[in-house]
Design a protein around this ligand. Structure first.
Ligand code: FES
Length: 88
């Protein structure tokens, strides 16, 4: 199975995620807080330090909350490949 990696900028610790899967569980283990898990509440806002091209495209709920490629909602992102470094 092809794996990708989510990395927390502050600790440089990474978690492997199968390509194409949501980052939610790995982000939650890193300490990202979640609320609705549906792109509505904005609780799970994260900054993308690098590797934004390795994430799925912005969803409509993210656009509605004026998110962009460097500022995502962790409940909405899937990881495609490679490394993605996040901060929060
Ligand atoms: S948990 Fe509510 S927007 Fe992500």
């Amino acid at each position: 199975m092809l794996m990708a990696k989510l990395i927390y900028n502050k600790t440089k610790q990474g978690k492997e995620i199968p390509s194409g899967e949501k980052i939610k569980n790995a982000a939650e283990e890193m300490g990202v807080l979640f609320g609705c898990e549906d792109g509505i509440c904005g609780t799970c806002m994260i900054d993308i330090v690098s590797g934004e091209g390795n994430l799925s495209e912005l969803t409509q709920p993210e656009k509605d909350l004026e998110r962009d490629k460097k500022h995502r909602l962790a409940c909405q992102c899937k990881i495609k490949k490679g490394d993605v470094v996040i901060d929060f």
